[in-house]
Ligand binder design. Structure first.
Ligand code: AVJ
Length: 293
């Protein structure tokens, strides 16, 4: 009998060390996503501003360090900014950084889980909103989960708010696979970091050296899959529980779904949005899209 695939949710990757490693990933040669998206924001920010109008409240879902947001806030002439993140510590620093980078902007951070409908700060209650979801974070989810998330965004934003979303495009496995298995091994360290968390944070008994990183493009499911794989028969003990793991078996840690422009239009429609515009770089690696409700 086939054993059920063991899974660990990707959010456990983003502790302090994990967040630092992801930051390093965004600067890797093979990881084209971040620099391509920044290029798209620089090239088309003013045009996006022309579509949505000036003086909006920008609501960013999963703002993290907000590092790439100030150029976008300036380009669209935003009046206010609501960064939303689960980590309150990150948010305070990010809010201070953005205030310093964009004088005159009113900043109202909101600590919370953006996968649920949230009540925005009272200061911006009656202002027109623009949602912002960069980084192809949507790719972490299955399409079904993405639809639920995007519907929650509609509730959080209120009626008739547009959304600017960064979505990584389908492309050759020769480009996709190195982006998730870089030559310096940073992604491998990021994903296998889950073992470090199991051991150090949860007190699990495991042999780190029995495991290695495996990732691959799954064309049928339209995603990069990231796993940690047992190289030999091994086990993980946690409290009273002990799992035996056969050589070759994996823990499925994370996915990065990719969409064509047409597939992302369907994702928009299934979530109650319409794709209005889609900007891509000359190599069609990444897309920045404007959606309306
Ligand atoms: C933050 C979800 C956009 O899927 O490209 C990068 C996460 N994981 N390398 C991505 C990630 C390993 C990243 N996202």
């Amino acid at each position: 009998m086939a054993r059920a695939q063991k899974e660990i949710p990707a959010r456990f990757l983003y502790d302090q060390r994990g967040s630092e490693l992801f930051e390093q990933i965004t600067g890797l040669d093979e990881y084209y996503l971040t620099r391509t998206e920044i290029g798209l924001i620089e090239a088309h920010g003013a045009e996006i501003g022309g579509h949505v109008g000036r003086g909006l409240t920008l609501v960013e879902f999963g703002s993290g360090s907000s590092a790439k947001t100030p150029p976008f806030l300036r380009a669209i002439g935003a009046a206010a900014y609501v960064p939303i993140d689960i980590s309150a510590g990150f948010l305070t620093q990010a809010a201070a950084d953005v205030r310093a980078a964009v004088p005159g902007l009113s900043v109202h951070p909101l600590a919370g889980d953006f996968t649920k409908a949230l009540t925005l700060p009272a200061d911006v209650a009656d202002t027109p909103k623009l949602g912002f979801f960069p980084g192809s974070t949507i790719g972490n989810m299955t399409a079904a989960e993405a639809v639920d998330l995007l519907r929650a965004f509609r509730e959080t934003l209120g009626k008739n708010a547009p959304l600017v979303i960064g979505i990584d495009l389908k492309k050759s496995a020769d480009i996709l696979e190195p982006a998730y298995d870089d030559s310096r091994g940073v992604t491998a360290e990021f994903i296998t970091g889950i073992l470090r968390r199991l051991r150090d944070d949860l007190g699990a008994d495991l042999r780190r050296e029995d495991w290695s990183y495996r990732s691959f493009w799954n064309a049928d499911r339209g995603r990069i899959e990231m796993h940690v794989r047992a190289d030999v028969d091994t086990s993980i003990a946690l409290g009273e529980d002990r799992w035996t793991i056969a050589a070759g078996e994996t823990l499925h840690i994370s996915n990065s779904h990719k969409y064509s422009v047409e597939e992302s239009a369907i994702l928009a429609r299934a979530s109650g949005f319409q794709q209005v515009k889609c900007w891509t770089d000359p190599d069609a690696l990444f897309s920045l899209q404007l959606w309306r409700m």
